[in-house]
Design a protein around this ligand. Structure first.
Ligand SMILES: [Zn+2]
Length: 144
């Protein structure tokens, strides 16, 4: 099991609430404790600041807000590890895109499972999970 039913529900609700912006966040685990950390998508601010470097806005990309990145670093120092990194897709399917792959590889976070929720016309559709496979050199869909 990658997500508990209540985590799945919270992630899907956040995706709907933040539509038509991509939502993002993480699930951390420490022993038997689990913690969902919804993050703010700062992509619009980045795009406004530097559209050359950040050509996409929050409808097609996410950028975890600096304050949330600090919180992530704190949690890691407290012994929490990232189990899941999630985001949503706006009006397209719940696939792991080439951009998602590039970002994941660049971040170096290959142990967490990546969860993508598709939101179409404001309604949550599929939520899918993807895990890095060194054998395939690719993210492959996994059970969530
Ligand atoms: Zn994506």
């Amino acid at each position: 099991m990658i997500l508990t039913p209540s985590e799945l529900e919270a992630i899907r609700k956040q995706a709907v609430d933040e539509y038509p912006a991509e939502s993002c966040g993480l699930v951390f685990v420490r022993g038997t404790e689990r913690l969902v950390l919804p993050c703010r998508n700062d992509q619009d601010a980045k795009h406004k600041e530097d559209p050359q470097r950040y050509p996409r806005d929050s409808r097609t990309a996410y950028y975890i807000h600096a304050d949330d990145l600090k919180r992530i670093a704190q949690l890691e120092l407290q012994g929490y590890s990232m189990a899941v990194i999630y985001h949503s897709h706006i009006d397209v399917g719940a696939y792991f895109s080439p951009t998602d792959k590039k970002q994941a590889l660049m971040s170096g976070y290959l142990d967490p499972v990546y969860v993508v929720t598709s939101v179409v016309s404001g309604q949550a559709e599929a939520t899918k999970a993807f895990r890095w496979s060194a054998d395939h050199n690719e993210f492959v869909e996994t059970e969530r």
